[in-house]
Ligand binder design. Structure first.
Ligand code: N01
Length: 534
């Protein structure tokens, strides 16, 4: 749809974002509820994070069987994923196929950024304004703006002097130069960085990894799509979906209920070896033992095991030392095949940029620890202003002139990950204080819940609010849940510590999806307790 065709558009539902959550929200509100719904996205196509993240090696690290919608039963049962962990082009292809099959694209305004949103109390409508100055009035706004979508790209001084290319992984350009044979620097060793590093090592001339903080990495277990899971889904799609949602992290396995400390060394080693062989970061963290993210003692059993793998795999002891983290294993768990093996290659050099910082660009590369590192390309894999970044980019003004950026100045506040006090009819898919899980099935679940709220509101005056008390209670429960984990004390995007100046705070419901659904179903049964639907 044309970016400027919506001057003074009037809608029932405006959806911001055409990624996984936004596409389903559009399908549900327009095709199922029959409302006048349209979506808006900055990108030139559907896919959200999968539209932008086209860097080499990009793929899901949730099994493809779980990284899917379930609402289209035929696609859920029969979509032929080629690999256990789908690559980015395949995920994007799938999302395009969903959008095409359900005729969604005609209702999406691409290349359109919503700059501001203002609640008009007297009209009971939101007034959205695009960066081009077009306006949209909508009764309900569903923000599906992405948890990990607002790129964080620190700039080193003198970038303009550099004659080579600087590429941002999360906004990878189609026009990116061929990297074959080049001297490439990768800044960042999170999920993005490790995928790039393992994908590029045997293609580039020399790879310089600029690592500030080492992370615990386990294998991913790349391989063909597991036929037995396909059969399971075909036989009982709803049963499979409901089981996946009943787990804590929605990663396609049941979390362990056994403490790492209640078994002996031999059994622990057996469990960790099995998980290492199978692959998958979330599985290693949560399917092995129940308390790795909870107590320092249990955590140490996991990190001791991974350290033993680093020492066994990496031939240069000094490189192995640099690759060994000092933190708990309590960030978003990382997984990539042959990650540590990569550092045995002659054309890969690891730089510890905490000890020897990146100072500035030169014409020919970067000054790192006082010395010039000659580079043709620098890849920034420096992460995201997670969870709150994209909400705060929209200047959002709620009831009585309350600005979202003020309401959230000490960290976000929200009810059930879906609604914010003082911002009526502004609904979020996977907003702050949502469960800490994989996303597509959870997005679907939340969109269904939001649509139940909308249907109920449509029988009345069309207003959905959240009470401040309910929001405060929810935030308190989430903060208490986070305080019981090592995620709280380990710097990462999960608690906002990765962004300079961002309030470091809990932003998650840590009780797991199963408990979240139980709680939300009880809220629904209790006449949508905490929501005021009028
Ligand atoms: O970002 P990150 P990401 N100088 O924040 C470093 C999802 N995802 O894009 O740790 C030097 O994890 C920073 O160093 P430090 C997934 O949920 C999923 O990799 O702050 N370095 C860190 O090493 C994931 O968790 C998939 O010291 C700097 C890195 O940049 C989330 O997205 C794939 C720096 C950022 O790591 C985010 O992952 C990709 C600086 N000035 C992403 N600033 C899959 O499904 C930052 N860093 C597999």
């Amino acid at each position: 749809m044309n970016a400027v065709s919506h001057k003074q558009l009037e809608l029932d539902v405006a959806i911001i974002g055409a990624g996984v959550g936004g596409l389903y929200a559009l399908h549900k509100t327009r095709n199922v509820l029959g409302m006048k719904a349209e979506a808006f996205d900055d990108a030139g196509g559907v896919g959200g994070t999968w539209y932008w993240n086209r860097y080499p090696g990009c793929r899901v690290d949730t099994e493809s069987t779980i990284y899917t919608y379930s609402f289209d039963l035929d696609m859920f049962q029969n979509w032929e994923w080629s690999e256990r962990y789908a690559r980015q082009p395949e995920v994007l292809n799938y999302l395009n196929a969903v959008a095409d099959k359900h005729d969604l694209k005609r209702s999406i305004h691409f290349n359109t950024r919503i700059a501001s949103a203002e609640w008009k109390e007297d009209e009971g409508r939101w007034l959205l304004t695009t960066t081009a100055g077009d306006t949209v009035k909508a009764k309900y706004v569903i923000e599906a703006v992405g948890l990990l979508s607002s790129s964080y790209a620190p700039q080193f001084p003198d970038q303009d002097k550099f004659k080579g290319e600087v590429l941002l992984a999360s906004k990878w350009p189609d026009t990116a130069a061929d990297l074959e044979g080049k001297r490439v620097g990768v800044v960042g060793t999170g999920s993005t960085g490790i995928q790039i590093i393992t994908a590029l090592a045997d293609k580039v001339g020399h790879l310089h990894v600029l690592q500030r903080t080492a992370q615990w990495v386990v294998p991913l277990g790349i391989g063909p799509f597991p036929a037995e899971t396909r059969e399971k889904i075909k036989a009982d799609p709803h049963g499979f979906r409901d089981w996946a949602l009943s787990t804590a992290a929605v990663f396609g396995f049941d979390e362990s209920t056994v403490s790492a400390l209640e078994v002996d060394n031999e059994e622990r080693k057996r469990v960790y070896e099995k998980a290492w062989k199978k692959g998958n970061g979330f599985s290693f963290l949560l399917e092995t033992f129940s308390d790795i993210p909870v107590t320092a003692e249990a955590n140490k059993t996991a990190t001791d095991f991974i350290k033993s793998k680093i020492d066994a795999i990496v031939t240069d002891p000094e490189v192995a030392r640099k690759l060994t983290p000092r933190d708990y294993y309590a960030k978003r768990p990382l997984a990539a095949d042959n990650y540590y093996e990569t550092y045995n290659r002659d054309n890969v050099t690891l730089h510890d940029v905490k000890a020897e910082p990146i100072e500035r660009y030169t014409e020919n590369g970067l000054i790192v620890g006082g010395k010039e590192l000659e580079l043709d390309v620098v890849i920034m894999a420096t992460g995201f202003d997670a969870m709150t970044g994209n909400y705060l980019k929209i200047d959002t003004i709620g009831r009585n002139g309350v600005r979202l950026k003020d309401a959230w100045k000490n960290g976000p506040r929200a009810y059930a990950g879906m609604s914010i006090a003082d911002f009526p009819n502004l609904l979020m898919v996977f907003g702050p204080f949502s469960p800490f899980t994989s996303q597509p099935l959870v997005h679907e679940w939340q969109v269904d819940f939001l649509c139940d709220l909308i249907e109920k509101a449509e029988q009345g005056n069309g207003i959905i609010e959240t009470t401040r008390e309910a929001q405060d209670d929810w935030v308190r429960v989430c903060q208490e849940g986070m305080a019981g984990t090592l995620f709280e004390v380990t710097d990462s995007w999960i608690n906002g510590a990765n962004i300079p100046g961002k309030p470091r705070t809990s932003m998650w419901y840590m009780g797991g999806m199963g408990n979240y659904m139980t709680e939300m179903n009880a809220i629904r049964d209790d006449n949508y307790r905490g929501f005021e639907v009028r």
